[in-house]
Design a binder for this molecule. Structure first.
Ligand code: HEM
Length: 286
């Protein structure tokens, strides 16, 4: 497993060590939910486009003043149609991306543009079929990850931050700002915190708010609607978590690239991760 390089008695700065960093269950579930989330995002935006307004509470419609986000199109005084996004009562001109998109000679009047929805054209039925298929796959993969991580200790060892992880957060934050990533045998405090938020807060909330929007589940588990203060609130929370996951994804990919994409990716594909720098001989297995 180790590669010995020089003869310094205690420390060896040039030695690298290849360790087994991620177990099979961690790797398999990671790529399955990355795949599922890709389809869930695009088909979810297709479903959102069918009624591009979000509300709080139980009710929705023209008679209620409870919308928090709305994406649409409006005609200006000089007759031009512009994309308008209204967030918490503030109006933004989002022509080109939200509300009105596409080339000038073939304008599309839709909330999210064609390149962000699946299918690209307006087709709610297909969007729902794709969404529900990947939603069940996602929920199953999450349960498999949870059970496997409880059994093999991944959750306790690698995900839940310890007291020392919390205390090291300020230093870890400063290191990240300086582009010095303390990626080693285990996740650093910031990694643990962000993965714990995604795995233990965002994913379960995504699944539960999704179930809350299903009429069948409402009948079986009426407490779900009460838990989220109404189906419309559940839909808004579902959407907010989608945005948070997109932000996580962008930062996640940036960090993987910045921390050394080959090594990081290999660890999530084959499980093997190379750590270098000063390694005591004992640790390198000699
Ligand atoms: C929506 C998509 C994704 C989500 C939600 C996600 C989430 C996560 C989570 C929660 C972990 C920790 C897993 C665990 O230890 O159980 C992780 C690790 C990792 N992910 Fe992703 N991921 C996504 C997509 C990707 C993609 C596209 C790549 C590749 C470019 C990637 C590369 C990695 C790598 C290399 C690690 C291991 C990091 C390390 O060992 O330091 N992820 N991801």
């Amino acid at each position: 497993m180790a590669t010995a390089i020089n003869d310094t008695p205690e420390m060896d700065v040039s030695r690298t060590l290849t360790i087994r960093r991620h177990g099979l269950a961690t790797r398999l579930t990671h790529w399955l939910w990355a795949l599922a989330l890709f389809f869930l995002l695009l088909s979810g935006l297709q479903i959102f486009n069918a009624h591009p307004t979000l509300y709080l509470g139980q009710q929705s419609g023209f008679a209620f003043d409870n919308s928090v986000l709305s994406i649409g199109a409006a005609r200006t005084e000089d007759g031009e149609v512009r994309g308008v996004t209204t967030l918490l009562g503030h109006r933004f001109d989002t022509t080109g991306t939200l509300g009105v998109s596409g080339p000038a000679d073939r304008r599309a009047y839709r909330a999210f543009p064609a390149w962000l929805t699946l299918p690209s054209y307006l087709d709610l039925a297909t969007g729902r079929v794709v969404h529900f298929f990947f939603a069940w796959l996602f929920a199953t993969v999450f349960l498999v990850w949870l059970v496997a991580s409880l059994i093999n200790g991944h959750l306790r060892r690698d995900i839940l931050p310890s007291g020392a992880d919390i205390r090291s957060l300020p230093q870890s934050f400063i290191n990240h700002l300086r582009f010095r990533f303390d990626h080693g045998r285990s996740y650093n405090g910031l990694q643990k915190l962000s993965y714990a938020a995604v795995l233990l807060i965002f994913f379960p909330l995504m699944i539960l708010t999704g179930l809350t929007m299903s009429p069948g589940m409402d009948a079986a588990w009426p407490w779900l609607v009460d838990l989220f203060a109404g189906r419309q609130t559940a839909r808004t929370i579902h959407f907010v978590i989608m945005i948070l996951l997109v932000i996580f994804f962008v930062v996640h990919i940036f960090m993987v690239i910045a921390a050394g994409p080959i090594n990081e990716l290999r660890s999530m594909i084959t499980g093997r991760y190379r750590i270098g720098g000063e390694l005591p001989r004992k640790e390198a297995g000699q």
